[in-house]
Every structure is written in C-alpha cells, then in structure tokens.
Ligand binder design. Structure first.
Ligand SMILES: NC(=O)c1ccc[n+]([C@@H]2O[C@H](COP(=O)([O-])OP(=O)(O)OC[C@H]3O[C@@H](n4cnc5c(N)ncnc54)[C@H](OP(=O)(O)O)[C@@H]3O)[C@@H](O)[C@H]2O)c1
Length: 304
C-alpha cells in the first residue's frame, strides 16, 4: 500500500481549491509516483493540469461514488468549514462539512482500505496550558473546535486507516483563497491601514508547505495516529506581525496592541496554545522552516 510496495499510489485530495489544498495539489502534481484526483466544491479548479471534479463532500452518495470509482490509496482531506466565528451561528453547515463529510469519507475509505490523512487544529484545546502534545486532553472553547474534535472521533470510530495532522495558524501563498495572516498584514500595512494585533495569543504558526511536507512524510512512512505539525517558533500574534513588517520593510508604527477580550469576537480563542512537534520530528524527520525562511520563500510568490 505504501511507497515500498506499489509503483503508483492514487491520491484523492479534497478541498483542492483551499489554501492547503492548492499547495498539496501543486506538490503532488509533478510527482511521478502518484496519480491524482482533486475535488472541491467549486466548478473549476484553481490549479490547472490535474484531474478535477466538483464534489460537495457533504453529499454522501457523491462521496461514495468518487471514492469507489477512483479507488484511492490515500485520501488527503484538506476541505473544511474554516470560518471560526461564523461556526458559532452557522452550526449545521460547520458540522456537516467538518464532521459528517469526514464520516462519509471514512466509511467509503474503510470499504476499499484507503488511508485518510485528515487535518485538525489546536482549537481542540482551551489554551490554558499550551503548547500541547498529541496526548493532551482536548477542551474546545468554540463550536469550530468542537467540530474538529468530533471529526477526529469520527475517524477513531470509523475502522479505517487514518492519520490526524493537527496544525495551527497556517500561512503561505495560495491563489484565489481568503488571504492568510501574512498576506493580510502585508496588504493592510502597504495600504497605510492601522491594525491592532493581539498580544495574548501564542502559537507556532505553520508554513503551509511544511504541512504538505508532513502529509508527504505520513505517506512515505505509512504512519497512522495523531501528529502535530507546527512551525519552529512559539510566538505571539503581535510579535509575528512585527517580524512580517520588519521582513517586508513595512511601517511598524501602524501596528497597535490589543488583547483578545477587547476584540469581542463571537468565538473564544485558545490563548496559550501551539503544538509540540517532537513526535513528527523524531518519527517522520519533520523539519519545519523558521518564520524568516518561510517569509523568504513566500516573497518570491508575492511579487512585491
Ligand atoms: N487556516 C488555518 O489557520 C488552520 C489552522 C488549523 C487547522 N486548519 C485546518 O487545516 C485544513 C485546511 O485549512 P485551509 O486554511 O486550507 O482552509 P481553506 O482555505 O478554507 O480551504 C478549505 C477548502 O474546503 C472547501 N470546502 C468547504 N466546504 C466544502 C464542501 N462541502 N465540499 C467540498 N469542499 C468544501 C472550501 O471551499 P470554499 O472556500 O468555497 O468554502 C475551501 O476551498 C482545514 O481542515 C482546517 O480546519 C487550518
């Protein structure tokens, strides 16, 4: 099933037009060892030159058809309902994409022995005592976190081969998707807008290409279970912003400080969070970029 015993693995990538989806498709696109089928909810793919199908993964019958017709060895599920604040009120939609669709993918995967690689989040945790290891006890603060925890539990109950990769604060270049934090900071400061950034949320922001590296290591080593995939530095969102401003020579005087409570967001955020990546480093040889290395790679795609 893995690298060692099959010449060509088939990979099905869901959410192909999202931030992680696009980078994952671009990574596997030119790999000779893999055949790819990419799906997402839109009619057209963002990344050209790969097989693409429109598929709403909350439609159980469509999921079954795609999985049984294509018969993938791996299903990389990057699709998700990712709007944390909207998840508080749009609960049914968030649950359908983040939980029910995972059930549908896993029930089909089980029949054909496909291995699901699913992406989860540090929002499983309450942020009282991060950074968190894979064994930490979840206690989500908001509905989005509850859906991600339920998605993990759906996989645990499914009887299929699965790997859960937990990540946090994804950043990196992707076209046609909502801007990531780095791009939002750059655009705001370039336009001379003042921004207020929280000083009390700590994570290890994850360069999206490092998460793709983590996914590929899972396929390479055929690992199942839970792995944290995060960045090298644990840093407040404010300090992350200052690094970005510094690196791109943008005005730091436009960046003000605020604390999370003052933002009055619908969903509560874990504050002292982040994910310890020791397991991925030792078992997979995972080696993330530093933030400065990642920004240097991003610069090339940003055309600044
Ligand atoms: N971004 C972060 O900071 C972060 C942090 C921790 C964990 N994660 C997790 O990482 C994974 C990837 O996140 P991302 O940032 O790449 O998200 P993203 O950019 O929002 O991409 C998710 C993709 O899934 C698609 N999708 C939504 N509903 C669908 C449906 N019913 N059927 C098929 N496709 C559907 C979305 O399409 P539309 O855009 O048209 O809805 C979007 O293209 C997710 O599991 C997310 O929970 C992300």
């Amino acid at each position: 099933m893995y690298f060692r015993d099959i010449i060509k693995n088939r990979i099905l990538i869901t959410g192909a037009n999202g931030k992680l989806g696009q980078r994952t498709v671009s990574f596997y696109k030119n790999f000779k060892n893999f055949e790819l089928l990419t799906i997402s909810i839109e009619d057209e793919p963002v990344i050209d030159g790969v097989d693409y199908l429109q598929c709403d993964i909350t439609d159980r019958e469509k999921v079954k058809k795609v999985v049984f017709d294509y018969c993938p060895d791996f299903i990389i599920n990057t699709a998700a309902y990712t709007n944390v604040d909207k998840s508080e009120t749009d609960r049914e939609a968030a649950w359908k994409v983040n939980v029910k669709a995972v059930e549908y993918l896993s029930e089909s995967a089980r029949v054909i022995d496909a291995h699901i690689i699913h992406i989860s989040s540090d929002y499983l945790f309450d942020g009282k005592s991060g950074p968190y290891s894979e064994n930490a006890v979840p206690n989500p603060l908001g509905y989005y976190g509850r859906t991600k925890l339920a998605s993990e539990n759906a996989l645990r109950l499914s009887g299929c081969y699965y790997t859960i990769l937990r990540t946090n604060v994804l950043y990196g270049n992707a076209a046609d998707s909502s801007p990531d934090f780095v791009k939002w900071v750059i655009n705001s400061l370039k336009n001379g807008e003042k921004i207020k950034i929280v000083t009390d949320q700590i994570n290890n922001p994850t360069f999206v290409d490092d998460l793709v590296q983590g996914i590929n290591k899972i396929i390479e080593f055929g690992k199942t279970g839970v792995y944290n995939i995060g960045g090298r530095e644990f840093i407040s969102r404010y300090d992350f912003t200052m690094l970005i401003a510094d690196y791109f020579h943008l005005s730091k005087s436009l960046v003000g400080k605020i604390i999370t409570e003052q933002l009055k967001q619908p969903a509560r955020r874990p504050l002292k969070s982040g994910l310890i990546t020791l397991k991925a480093e030792t078992e997979l040889g995972y080696h993330p970029h530093t933030i400065l290395e990642a920004l240097a790679e991003m610069r090339e795609g940003l055309a600044l």
